[in-house]
Ligand binder design. Structure first.
Ligand code: CA
Length: 229
């Protein structure tokens, strides 16, 4: 088995130890750094598959590190999970904006974190995803991109073009959280003329029309939306 390499950048020794122990036990190769600058150097040297990145760090902060990784042609495929303090949703939005692949909020259980690491490794980076998946099926819901059709329990549902794009985009990357801005820019693209730039309105429309309870689109409070995994 190809063992995946993980770099943990975290300045709290206790947390670092727990994370390191639990990930090693799962068979990962784990390398650690206590501050931002050492962390970034380590990432450049080791080219890990995934970085577990605390945002509040001495030296270069997590947002800057994430941005450096994602803007480096050698490193941009590196997966990044941000570790944020509770209630710092604005940091999460910033992090997603600079390309972070997911986040966990403190406090979290080691079990939860390991599960998240595995999920992110499984689905890969956004660049590797195929947002153009032709057909997405989730329970009673079928998104048929080729025919531009949405079916719920076999019945066709009419969505606006904007709603269709947002739903398709979210569903193609299920389990991944997107900020509102990302949805606007990535799902709809710059060239699209969007009558209403308010993502919440479109999401409300999609949920209502699909009529699936609970909704397949989850609200992540203060951050954005994700399609159920
Ligand atoms: Ca910290």
């Amino acid at each position: 088995m190809n063992r995946k390499k993980i770099v943990i950048i975290e300045d709290e020794p206790d947390i670092l130890e727990v994370l390191s122990y639990n990930l090693k036990r799962e068979g990962f190769i784990v390398l650690t750094a206590f501050d931002g600058d050492a962390g970034l150097s380590l990432v450049k040297k080791e080219k890990p598959d995934l970085v577990l990145l605390d945002l509040m760090l001495p030296g270069t902060d997590g947002i800057k590190i994430c941005s450096s990784i994602k803007n480096d042609s050698d490193l941009h495929n590196t997966l990044v999970i941000m570790v944020t303090a509770k209630g710092e949703e604005s940091d999460v939005v910033l992090g997603l904006g600079v390309g972070a692949d997911d986040y966990v909020s403190k406090p979290f259980s080691p079990k939860e974190l390991v599960a998240r690491v595995k999920a992110v490794l499984r689905r890969g980076t956004l660049l590797e995803l195929s947002p153009e998946k032709e057909k997405v099926e989730y329970g009673d819901l079928i998104i048929d991109v080729a025919k531009h059709k949405i079916l719920v329990k076999g019945e066709e549902i009419k969505l606006t073009a904007t709603e269709f794009k947002i739903l398709h985009y979210l569903a193609s990357s299920s389990g991944r959280v997107f900020s509102r801005e990302q949805l606007l820019n990535k799902a709809l693209g710059d060239a699209t003329i969007v009558v209403d730039r308010n993502i919440d309105v479109h999401i409300r429309g999609i949920r209502k029309k699909l009529g699936i309870q609970p909704s397949v689109i989850e609200t992540i409070r203060g951050v954005g939306y994700r399609f159920k995994e």
